[in-house]
Design a protein around this ligand. Sequence first.
Ligand code: SAM
Length: 419
Amino acid sequence: MTGALRGPRAEASSVDSTVARVISAAGCRDEEITSVIESAGPERVAGILVDEIVCRADLPPVELGEGVVVQLLFGHGTRTISHLVQAGPAGVTYEPGGAESPHARIEQDLCEAVRAVFGPHGDRAAATRRLELRGSDTPQAYVLPPTAFWVAQRLLATMDDRDEIGLTELASRYGSDKWGIHRYTQHYQHHFAPLRDRPLTVLEIGVGGLSGGTTGYRAPDKGGGSLRMWKRYFPRALVYGIDIADKRALSEQRITVLRADQSNADELHEVVEQTGPLDIVIDDGSHRSEHVLTSFTTLFPHLRDGGLYVIEDLQTSYWPRFGGNSDVFDSPTTSVGFLKSLVDALHYEEILDSGGRAPGAYDRLVKGLHFYHNIGFVEKGLNAEGGGPSWLRHPPRRRGDRGPAGDRSSSQPPSHGPR
Ligand SMILES: C[S@@+](CC[C@H](N)C(=O)[O-])C[C@H]1O[C@@H](n2cnc3c(N)ncnc32)[C@H](O)[C@@H]1O
């Protein structure tokens, strides 16, 4: 159940460099955080935190007359910045401002709160945090805790990102077909969990529509389920989505949606000019082999070392309607045929000269390949361990040995020279 999130930044659509600076500083010393707060302005930084906290809390509508009001206060020097979060029957709203008697009041030093919300896990602290709950001075409140207690605890839990939700739950919550129609979330979690705490740049091709149908794909305000899933899963990531349909209205803090056709290399270059180097690319777009290959060859060079390039729905590689083929399994024009060629790139150092294979563009750049049903993960990284020792590659011949298959020497007559 998702509360209708309405706030000052809900319509933001441009790349937000302040958010990127806050996230980056959150992993540094207090002086760095303070410097960003000073240059961006404490009000702006407090607003970024409130947007993030409310988004993560994902509060359902509160079915109470006037709803629940929680005041969030952030102190910076002699200043205190106040926001009100209101959870009511129509969803959750927030805005700068104060209240005489809120149901709950949460107060924290702004610098410490930046680290709590956006810093790496081990660094998070709440030494300056104070919590006041209206009515908590009566024993009755503990027997029958008011809804405000629950709302405040959700906000607190999400401030420290203590409720680490898995991708399957997030896919269901935000309406991505990565779980349900497909079974991808388990594989994503396996590969993404070690990266969860990092300040990543994630790009997904294909924003989607809630219904999954053509209408939903074209509708400018439908889709974005997986983008919200990545945002919630990676608390320090900037998430970008591109789509051939104009879905830019789905942008929000930490999510930027751009319009681009994945089959057009020039448009993809323009996208990368905005995103900068990428840590994760997910191709969930047209699933046409030709488009998949154009996107891979264009975007893979912009993936950082240690980055992951994921291609979904590889079943289409066998379907002619998507430019695939069910007769020839190693065609370089199909997604799977191309990915198979990367297995050779991974082992380029082991291929004997006699193999006659020309050096490939990805030989030194692919350090791992992982395949599951209909989905593949390509791991980028220096692949230069060195081939096996020469005595293993070319074992000494014994009498009558015709040499390894494929070795040109196997077609030569056996040597009768001295051993
Ligand atoms: C399966 S949906 C994406 C679902 C979404 N990633 C999710 O998990 O919720 C595929 C999307 O790819 C988009 N698409 C189709 N062809 C494209 C192309 N050539 N370039 C970019 N996007 C494309 C469609 O408009 C559609 O929104």
